[in-house]
Design a protein around this ligand. Structure first.
Ligand code: ADP
Length: 704
């Protein structure tokens, strides 16, 4: 391998002809230099050494942008470094198609050009170098003038030196072009490797970030650093509402508020355009873009890329430079790659932030509601408990109860029984409990898949007190009303006895008596309900079902016969017993059978069936009557609710019967329900505890 440090000097005066062999060897050697900068320096040294020149320059043809004419520019000059030549390179270049320029004309003919002064095209260069006498030879690659070697002369060139320079220069073209391509490929590769390494780091760091602001800041910082930008922003975008929100910005001066105002005024500028189009936009000169918003001074070029998540644009990364035409395709590609990585991280961070804020909101709401809320997981451990639970359950205010078992937090309260009772089932339970603080609560326990059980306690103490007052009021008023009714009825009877009435007068008196009867019925129902609500004393014992139903049926038979309604009943087994309070149970069945007859048109059928069903007695009362619509079925057990239909218009009632029945069945820890179709009839069923000889336990529980 030849030594590049030692120029091979061929003294001009020693020879009259070029040592062609030595020159060929030199050119072979130079062709092997792959580093462009090193080759340029070699060319300078060889040119000076072999021509006796004071200094030399190597020009190389460059195409600055696609479509623009190529320019010959100095790439190496004796005494200049790679960086000090830069400003000169940018100012003294010239096009190679100027046919009037004598130097270029000579070079076109592949001749050496020797001059005492600058030619028009080379004037800026020669003047900048302050060369007086000089010579230049060109280099061609195919038909294209690609390079030129210039030397500054002190003494004229000998013909041998001229020949040497022409041939040397001609051979330099291919070597220069090849090493230039090689260097570009290597630096491109390096840049690509560098970019890959950066992107890998970005991946790593973004994957560890969950805080949205950090993700935005990191992304923007990388975007600006890689593209050499002076300012930049990230704006999030919501496609559904078309809302663009600037979430991160770097490099802008002045108050944030002012900038926000400017951005609002321009409604997002180029960033919004990119968000809407979903395509990156490189603006070489912002002055020519009507959407550009001048937020920072001296900005000349702008680059915006969309950040996508699946098919949606979720953000826009924008960078800005003070240089005109600053952004290259490489910058855009890098930002797009960065955006692809940031998209996932931004979306994850956004989801995380949303979830966290939702959770915080929920927990704040739960902690601040007055009702007690406790959530138990599927293993019956506390998952969440609000502040209101602390005093009600007599827990320590600073205690940590999350993860504690239900047995521990509910211990010593009736709630634990309710909780344990609910455990085998998934149906919601609602019960009234009195807590150690002496207050009454409505406890609701509901089961939720994937969560567990939610317990809610509502303080109903004041409701109960009001209810109690209301019941007292009703019973007092009812009693007071009953008295005059009895008197009125007595006088009406007396009137009939003392003065035999017939015709219209008799009708009037009967009608008055009927109304008194109805009013009595209503008062009785009200008193009954009030009594039940305030807690009646149940005398619970085993009751034989058959004679009980027989009595109810017998009582109703008259009314049924009057409407020619078939009334029958069956009890299996014959000696079936239920456990309950005789008066109350009588009231339940009388009411249900009475309703069946009342709401069944003449010639219909009412059948009653009692049977054993597990540990309960199931009594069904079936009729072929008017039937009840689904909407009414949901309300007939409410107090005072009466179905308003043309068919029921003339049927008298108070709307309290079923409310009383339901309450009585519940007090007996039974269940009541209805199945019905309008116009086809109804089926009421009542489930009551099976009676045994020692069924007195209920008595103790049901007693207030
Ligand atoms: P009422 O005093 O009006 O009978 P209830 O509480 O006993 O009050 O019944 C409420 C409403 O339910 C009644 O107004 C009636 O419309 C409807 N209802 C009750 N039992 C039946 C039945 N067997 N068939 C059709 N409708 C019924």
């Amino acid at each position: 391998m030849a030594d590049l440090e030692q120029p091979q000097v061929i003294p001009a005066e020693a020879k009259t002809e070029v040592n062609w062999q030595a020159l060929a060897q030199l050119q072979l050697k130079l062709a092997a230099v792959l580093d462009f900068e090193a080759l340029l320096q070699e060319l300078l040294r060889e040119a000076i050494a072999n021509t006796g020149a004071k200094s030399a320059a190597v020009l190389f043809l460059e195409t600055l942008s696609a479509g623009s004419p190529p320019i010959l520019r100095p790439f190496a000059i004796t005494g200049y470094t790679t960086s000090s030549i830069q400003p000169l390179r940018e100012t003294v270049g010239f096009g190679v198609n100027d046919a009037d320029d004598p130097a270029l004309a000579a070079w076109k003919n592949r001749k050496l050009y020797i001059a005492d002064e600058a030619t028009p095209a080379l004037k800026p260069l020669i003047e900048a170098l302050q060369w007086k006498k000089w010579a230049g030879a060109s280099a061609y690659v195919g038909d294209q003038l690609t390079a030129a070697v210039l030397v500054e002369l002190d003494t004229p060139l000998s013909p041998t030196q001229q020949d040497w320079l022409s041939t040397f220069s001609a051979g330099a073209g291919i070597a220069l072009r090849n090493s230039r391509l090689h260097s570009q490929a290597v630096s491109g590769l390096n840049a690509r490797m560098n970019e890959l390494a950066i992107l890998q780091r970005i991946d790593l760091e973004l994957s560890e970030q969950i805080e949205p602001d950090h993700v935005y800041e990191m992304t923007l910082d990388w975007a600006m650093r890689y593209t050499g930008s002076q300012a930049g922003t990230i704006a999030t975008f919501d496609e559904a509402t078309n809302a663009l929100r600037f979430v991160s910005e770097l490099g802008y001066e002045g108050a944030v508020e002012t900038r926000a105002m400017m951005r609002n005024a321009s409604r997002g500028g180029i960033a919004r355009r990119v968000a809407n189009s979903g395509r990156s936009d490189n603006i070489p000169d912002v002055a020519s873009d009507p959407d550009y918003m001048p937020v920072a001074a001296q900005i000349r070029s702008h680059l915006s890329v969309p950040v996508n998540k699946e098919d949606r644009v979720i953000a826009v990364i924008s960078v800005e430079s003070r240089k005109l035409n600053h952004y290259t395709d490489d910058h855009m590609t890098f930002l797009e790659r960065l955006a692809a990585r940031a998209g996932n991280a931004m979306d994850n961070a956004r989801l995380f932030a949303e979830t966290t804020s939702e959770r915080e909101k929920l927990s704040r709401i739960v902690s601040n509601i007055g009702d007690v809320v406790i959530v138990f997981d599927e293993n019956n451990n506390v998952l969440l408990m609000n502040q209101s639970a602390i005093p009600v359950l007599r827990l320590y205010a600073d205690g940590k109860y999350e993860g504690k078992p239900a047995e521990e937090v509910l211990s010593d309260t009736t709630l634990l029984d309710v909780y344990n009772k609910s455990r085998p089932y998934h149906q919601p339970i609602i019960e009234e409990v009195v807590m150690p603080n002496g207050r009454a609560y409505n406890a609701q326990l509901s089961w939720h898949a994937n969560i567990g059980r939610i317990l809610v306690l509502q303080d109903i103490t004041s409701l109960k007190e009001t209810d109690q007052l209301k019941n007292e009021l009703i019973s007092t008023v009812s009693h007071d009303l009953k008295q005059p009714l009895t008197v009125m009825n007595g006088y009406l009877e007396l009137l009939q006895m003392t003065q035999p009435l017939e015709g219209r007068p008799l009708e009037y008196v009967r009608s008055a008596q009927r109304s008194i009867g109805n009013m009595r019925g209503l008062i009785d129902d009200l008193l009954n309900l009030a009594k039940i609500e305030s807690g009646i004393q149940l005398n619970v014992k085993a009751l034989e079902v058959k004679p009980l139903l027989q009595r109810c049926v017998d009582d109703i038979r008259g009314a049924a016969d009057a409407k020619m309604i078939t009334l029958n009943f069956s009890v299996t087994p014959d000696d079936l017993c239920l456990s309950g309070d005789l008066t109350s149970i009588n009231q339940v069945f009388s009411n249900l059978i009475g309703n069946a007859v009342k709401y069944t048109p003449p010639e219909g059928k009412v059948s009653i069936k009692a049977e054993k069903s597990g540990e309960a007695v199931l009594v069904t009362i079936n009729d072929t009557g008017l039937g009840i619509s689904p909407e009414d079925q949901a309300r007939i057990f409410d107090r005072f609710y009466r179905v308003r239909r043309p068919e029921t218009e003339n049927i008298e009632g108070t709307g309290l019967g079923l409310a009383i029945v339901k309450r009585l069945v519940e007090i007996h820890r039974g269940q009541i329900g209805v199945e019905s179709r309008l116009g086809e009839g109804s089926k009421f069923f009542v489930r009551l505890p099976l009676g045994t000889m020692e069924s007195s336990s209920l008595e103790a529980e049901a007693a207030p």
